[in-house]
Design a protein around this ligand. Sequence first.
Ligand code: SAH
Ligand code: AVI
Length: 371
Amino acid sequence: MTPRTPVTTPAGATGTADTDDADSTDGTSSGTGTVAGATTFAGLTLDRHVHASDRAVNLARDVLGGLTANPRELPPKWFYDATGGMLFDEITRLPEYYPTRRERAILDDHASDIAAACPADTLVELGSGTSEKTRLLLDALRATGGLRKFVAFDVDESTLTQAGRSLIAVYPDLAVHAVVGDFERHLSHLPSGGRRLIAFLGGTIGNMRPAKRGAFLRALREQCGSTDALLLGTDLVKDPDRLVAAYDDGAGVTAAFNRNVLTVINRELGADFNIRGFAHVVHWNAADAWIEMRLRAVRDQQVTIDSLALAVDFQRGDDLLTEISAKFTRDRITTELADTGWAVAQQWTDPEGDFAVTLATPSTTPTAASV
Ligand code: SAH
Ligand code: AVI
């Protein structure tokens, strides 16, 4: 595919990529476990490491980079505004989308084993979304008697605060701390102290490419003390037809989720994507062992993005890659963890062998090999 030429060079969208990191002085005091500067409302402590202005800058940077690249690609985190969060929630209940049900089955069967292996006083959940399955872990950890705090960390503030409020209602004695942040950038702002179980569920790690996964797992390892543990949910390689169906459901919910990224760009960057001008396309990439979700132009069209002073031409059939969702083998999970400083303590799958949940503890040092 030939790259299309932007009409105008965009201004102001580069060079300020990490401005949101500057807020480490006005949010939590990282490394101490305290929440000075955090807001508390209705019993929920909220920290923001992504503010509206930073969000705009980061979205502009990603859209500029992604739409002028060849091939075109956008990071999946931009699916998740309030609508994207609701659509994902709907996806989890679709008959074709098995991962949530399978992971829940594993947690149903083994939450008490997990709590026994890591009787943490703090449960941290990255990419927490609605934290629905997480209640199984909260219940099991409470049963050990030591659980004091739940930290939910997500880039989507609306889903996060809604989930936080529901949890406070169900667990009034639990300190619930919601952190609006990007787990690829703000791990150093995670509340620390005590013994933490860090859950990264749903297979969200598969939405990162291998190099990013490696960097993420290493960064997380660096944040963890010797008694902390990681609980990682991963989808497993299986029949491609089932995989494709899970991302191309009959009701069209995943298609709406996919197109939602265009709505986000229209609203937040003043773009004029015609949502119906792009088809939802799903492909199993066997060589890389990941699902690819794309938006494919159904006709020649030009899209303008006011905030970037950018016009992008799409020809019929041009693709925009919006998400990869990597599928793993159990060996691969173990290897990637070992390479990034983690040792597998226990691993469980559902009876059908569709999904895996792995409990890992910090090992000595990461190996030099990159994943
Ligand atoms: N863990 C939940 C939700 C999975 S959906 C489950 O298993 O059902 C993925 C979640 O990760 C969404 O809530 C999304 O907002 C969040 N997310 C995606 N990219 C993120 C990022 N870079 N930083 C923080 N959260 C992110
Ligand atoms: C959040 N993540 C693990 C989901 C997945 O399966 O990769 C996102 C998703 N994309 C389409 N359907 C669900």
